[in-house]
Design a protein around this ligand. Structure first.
Ligand code: ARG
Length: 466
């Protein structure tokens, strides 16, 4: 391998602003070792599986295979212990490892690259990495779901205002609200599981793009590397980055969920709402205002979503005009995925901690649940059920009751029976049974509704589902 560094002066025609010559700039734009060294373990695993298959098929000798495997294991421990010198001149992780192997074991190292190319090699390494990352996400989401299930159980009866348009709508239980997030993160987790299924095919053996004339056994390498089966088209194999895009899409959707949760925590922890108090562990103070407790972790989770979305759009854009099969553009896939993965892992972990640690102010929630005429729908429903009014008429009658209460600055339940009967004579004192927030939530027993009994059923469902 030649030394790409050119210490000569930069190009005379256009190089005024460049400190180094064209070869150095080429090296800088071309090298990926700065970030793809993250793939070292996958690269070595892939090479060991490939070499073993080559020997099994009689393409290389067992003796050479043993040397290769031994050398690769040495390199693995060198890298893991920080005793490996990565070189930008060697471009990427694949060539860094192969060059070191040559130093360690001599000519046998040159046989490792038989019947493969860096194109299928990078596709393999990256797939293995993304698959492992998806498995980590699956676990992290399971932990987050568990945190919510615990809070939901604890607060199955705690009433709070339910919102639409962030305006008080109807009373709900905090347990029910928690279970909404269980549904969201549960969907994310099943997307993760599907993606693992989807990408569970081994790329190695597609070679540069056309397959190979050597009698390789792709089923053997697929099995050795823990894939379900080999990919079925060598051209597609080296040009496909759908697995990375699926990861990023899932990360973007999950990031959006995390951001909505973060936003709720930011709002709820304001003194104006006062629904929750953040633990010291997940908040910071202000350097100037001593009274403040800031929800920095939640805000940063909200912000990480922007980075993840950026990564998705970046990779979609990188891939969108590429002719088949491999193009070097695809080298830009890794940083996007690595960055998004780091952001997502951190965001899920921070949210799991925050949810576990939140102190819930049930008194504030209850007081807010009853304000803003939140049981108006219960009044209308009562008129339909007990007085036989069509819902539209009941809605109108209730609107008049709300207007009256508003003019008197009181709650619906504080209106007298006479006042209510003046609006509609069919109203009886039974109405007061449905105007409390507890009665309101207890009545919403429809499947998936907010009644504590129903929330408990859904908690049991999710506990069994894990
Ligand atoms: N570093 C390259 C990448 O990440 C490896 C594949 C290079 N293949 C090639 N034909 N130049 O995409």
């Amino acid at each position: 391998m030649t030394d790409g560094t050119d210490t000569k002066s930069s190009n005379q025609m256009w190089g005024g602003r460049f400190a180094s010559g064209p070869a150095a700039i080429m090296e800088e734009i071309n090298a990926s070792i700065g970030f793809d060294k993250k793939l070292f373990a996958q690269d070595i695993r892939g090479s060991i599986a490939h070499a073993s298959m080559l020997a099994h098929q009689g393409i290389i000798s067992t003796e050479d295979k043993d040397k290769i495997v031994h050398g690769l294991n040495t390199i693995l421990s060198e890298i893991e212990s920080g005793n490996f010198e990565f070189s930008r001149r060697l471009e990427d992780i694949h060539m860094n490892i192969e060059a070191r192997l040559a130093t360690l074991i001599g000519p046998a190292a040159g046989r490792l690259h038989t019947a493969r190319s860096r194109n299928d090699q990078v596709a393999l390494d990256f797939r293995l990495w993304v698959k492992e990352e998806l498995q980590k996400c699956e676990q992290a989401l399971t932990d987050l779901i568990a945190a919510f299930l615990e809070r939901a159980e604890e607060h199955a009866e705690t009433v709070m205002p339910g919102f639409t348009h962030l305006q008080t709508a109807q009373p709900v239980t905090f347990g029910h609200h928690c279970m909404a997030y269980v549904e969201m993160f549960g969907r994310d987790r099943s997307r993760v599981r599907h993606a693992i299924e989807h990408m569970d095919e081994s790329p190695i053996g597609a070679a540069a793009l056309a397959g190979t004339g050597f009698p390789i056994d792709r089923h053997m390498t697929a099995k050795a590397l823990g894939f379900r089966e080999p990919t079925r088209n060598s051209i597609d194999t080296v040009s496909d980055r759908d697995f990375a895009l699926e990861f990023l899409s899932i990360a973007a959707i999950s990031g959006m969920h995390l951001s909505r949760l973060a936003e709720e925590i930011v709002i709820w922890s304001t003194p104006q709402f006062g629904f929750v108090r953040l633990s010291d562990a997940f908040s910071t103070g202000s350097s100037i205002m001593p009274q403040k407790k800031n929800p920095d972790a939640a805000e940063l989770v909200r912000a990480k979503t922007g980075r993840i979305n950026g990564s998705l759009v970046a990779l979609l854009t990188i891939m969108k005009g590429l002719p088949l099969a491999y193009s070097k553009d695809m080298q830009e896939d890794k940083e996007q995925v690595f960055d998004a993965a780091e952001s997502l892992e951190l965001a899920i972990a921070a949210m799991t901690g925050m949810v576990r640690d939140l102190t819930i102010n049930t008194a504030r929630m209850k007081a807010a649940a009853g304000s803003g005429y939140s049981t108006a729908t219960d009044l209308a429903d009562w008129l339909v059920r007990e007085a036989g009014l069509p819902f539209r008429d009941a809605h109108h009658v209730t609107g008049r009751a709300v207007a009256l209460a508003e003019s008197k600055s009181c709650d619906l339940a504080q209106l007298s029976l006479e006042e209510l009967q003046a609006i509609n004579p069919a109203i009886t004192d039974k109405i007061f049974d449905v105007l409390t927030v507890e009665a309101s939530v207890a009545s919403r027993k429809s499947f998936g509704g907010t009644a504590p009994s129903e929330v408990r059923k859904q908690i049991a469902f999710w506990r069994a589902r894990n």
